[in-house]
Ligand binder design. Structure first.
Ligand code: UDP
Length: 243
């Protein structure tokens, strides 16, 4: 797509959102039978699936840690998920996204409960529209809980950025491509930041204000994550009671 003349007009973005609005979210918990925990997550035009396996044996064995679990995270973009076909397999970007996403989740996982074992997280991007790393982290956090991995809290993620000199929450593809800044953030519901990256430039005040916007977005997402998990497990419990 060519650069639109304006990304914001009269305070409304091209997709109809206000600057501080996140895109619509759809969550389904427990979508894969063979995973210990899983989640399908839609975040606007992003569609991702997260699968969690473990705690399980570590292969190769030399990756084992004697006092805690190893957490491994593989982010993968399907070749059909983007406008211009992506060459299959890992690349620099997916290795970086995998690393920062793992680091965004590790602080909430009680890794010391499972020495010599692995907790494996796989995130598959089926459709991308900017914000896939945040969608992946949101999905993975739910899939970890679904797998019964002991966690201090959930982690929620969304980006904040700047387009047409205005701070906006949760950038879409055009805003990401043609905007002035993009800052993906992940945090716990009590505001502990576990991921913060930035592309582009923000002033100190914009950074502070952006952080507050991201906090609000993450809290909204945390609520939806909780609701999705509660829905699955309360309906399972109802089933047990009715049996
Ligand atoms: N993208 C693409 N091809 C690629 C990598 C990315 O078309 O090989 C698009 C995709 O829509 C992605 C967006 O560019 O969501 C922004 O990518 P970025 O690296 O900022 O990561 P993201 O915002 O998805 O976490």
């Amino acid at each position: 797509m060519v650069k639109p003349e304006k990304l914001i007009e009269n305070g409304i973005r091209l997709d109809g959102r206000k600057p501080d609005e996140i895109r619509p979210i759809k969550i389904k918990v427990g979508v894969l039978n063979r995973a210990d925990g899983s989640c399908y997550f839609e975040f606007g035009g992003n569609k991702v699936i997260a699968a969690v396996y473990g705690p399980r044996e570590v292969h190769p064995r030399h990756q084992q840690k004697s006092t805690s679990a190893v957490v491994r995270y593989r982010y993968n973009m399907a070749s059909f998920s983007v406008e211009e076909r992506k060459r299959p397999g890992p690349d620099r970007r997916s290795i970086e996204v995998s690393k920062v996403s793992r680091e965004a989740l590790e602080p909430v996982i009680f890794q010391e409960y499972f020495p010599r074992s692995a907790i494996d997280i796989f995130v598959e991007v089926l459709q991308a529209d900017a914000g896939t790393r945040t969608a992946g982290i949101n999905a993975a956090s739910i899939a970890l809980a679904d797998a019964g991995i002991p966690m201090k809290s959930l982690v929620s993620a969304c980006a904040v950025g700047k387009v047409d000199d205005t701070l906006v929450l949760d950038l879409n593809k055009d805003e990401d491509n043609y905007g002035q800044a993009d800052m993906p953030i992940a945090m716990t519901p009590d505001g502990k930041i576990t991921l913060l990256q930035m592309d582009g430039h923000l002033t100190r005040d914009e950074f502070r204000e952006g952080l507050e916007m991201a906090k609000k977005g993450c809290l909204e997402i945390a609520q939806l994550q909780r609701t999705a998990l509660m829905e699955k497990y309360s309906s399972l419990m109802e089933g047990e009671v009715n049996e």
